[in-house]
Structure formats: C-alpha cells, structure tokens
Write a protein that binds this ligand. Structure first.
Ligand code: GRF
Length: 209
C-alpha cells in the first residue's frame, strides 16, 4: 500500500470544519491519506453533507438505535474496520471514546482539542475557560486518544495569543483556524509513519524526502 492510500475514518458530531480541512488538504495533495468513511452519532451533523459532496460514505449511528453507548461505538468500530481504516480521527466528536473503539484501534485514534492541553481539558468549553482563567496564550492540541479524556500523548500543539478584547467567539475562531492546519499535518505525519510514541512523549522522525 502506498502512503497516498493510507485510509482514515473521521468521526464527527456537528459542523465538521476540521473534516473539511482534512478533505481540502488531501485534495491539495498535502496529506498522504484519504478519507474512506465519515461517521456521526448525530443525524443532523452538517459534516455529513461535506462528506457526501465529495462522494465519501457518510454513515450515522444514532444513540437511540443502541441499548448502550458501548454498543453504539462497537457498531462504529465495526464499520470503520470493514472499510479498512488504519487511523480514526475525532474531529468535533462529542462522545467519550470507550473501550469498544479503543480496543479496535489501539494507538490509532487521534483528537483535536481547542486548548493547550493539559490546560482546559475534559470539557466542551475550553476557549471560554481559557478566557475566564485569564491566560495570555491558548491554542490547540492534537493528541492520541486514551481512556482518560483529553489526556493521551500529545502529537502537535499550536499556540494562539489571547487578546484583551477577545470574546469567546473571536478566540474560538482564531484557534479553529490553527486547528485546520494542525490536524491535517498530524494525519500526514502518522500516514507517513513518522510518529512514534515513547511513554507520554510523541517523537516525530525527520522528513526523509
Ligand atoms: C473544534 O473546536 C475541536 O477542537 C473540538 O470541537 C470543535 C469541532 O469543530 N473538538 P468542527 O466540527 O470541526 O467545525
């Protein structure tokens, strides 16, 4: 298999702007991977439309169809495996990832979070928390997903200055613009087999090209 074919699956719950960033980057040839499946736990996730526009299979697994979240995520894992996915990318996926997905994709699930972890992890309002705390710098983090929420080994981070006149919206927008570059970059590094995990540290091999 060539690196250009490295198959990834993207899990979303809503807007899907990070999914769009990955799709655009792959189309420009900046990411050595292709999205083979987009999966959502919500039927109204706009990201599903973004996938379908590109002819990418977009499948929904509504919570009400399953007795437990574990069964729901086991069904997602089965779908991703059926499509030969090697890396699962959480891009605004709003569920805590349980053992069904973790065991199916060991060390092969990554997430993007809108803060410099470990600051402001674990919640859904990291940008608001950063403002409330008064930090001068925040940013975004791409990390491996482990059993502990927002606590897996960190792959890439980008810093974003917090301005005196920032609102939650303005700070979120500037962080999001950095996420859109950081997440495709992390996917590319993994697809090119340049990422190695040693304990808590993620080491990135130099580009051999
Ligand atoms: C992003 O801010 C991401 O960091 C967080 O959820 C948001 C998803 O946005 N995990 P989108 O759906 O990719 O537009």
């Amino acid at each position: 298999m060539t690196v250009e074919q490295f198959p990834i699956g993207v899990l979303i719950s809503g807007r899907g702007s990070n999914l769009q960033a990955i799709l655009d980057a792959t189309e420009r040839g900046e990411v050595a991977a292709r999205v083979v499946a987009v999966i959502s736990n919500r039927e109204d996730a706009f990201g599903l439309e973004r996938a379908r526009c590109r002819g990418i299979p977009a499948v929904t697994f509504p919570r009400r169809d399953y007795a437990t979240r574990q069964e729901q995520q086991a069904a997602m894992a089965a779908e991703l495996q059926r499509r030969g996915v090697r890396l699962v990318v959480l891009a605004g996926f709003d569920q805590v990832v349980g053992t069904a997905l973790l065991r199916s994709f060991p060390n092969a699930i990554i997430n993007v979070h809108p803060s410099l972890l470990p600051a402001f992890g674990g919640g859904l309002h990291a940008q608001r928390e950063a403002l409330d705390h008064g930090v001068k710098v925040s940013g975004c983090t791409v990390h491996f997903v482990s059993q502990d929420v927002d606590a897996g080994p960190i792959i890439l981070q980008a810093a974003v200055e917090v301005r005196d006149d920032d609102t939650e919206e303005s700070l979120s927008n500037r962080i999001l613009a950095r996420e859109h570059r950081l997440l495709p970059r992390a996917v590319d590094l993994i697809a090119r087999n340049r990422v190695r995990v040693e304990g808590r540290r993620v080491l990135i091999a130099p580009n051999q090209d």
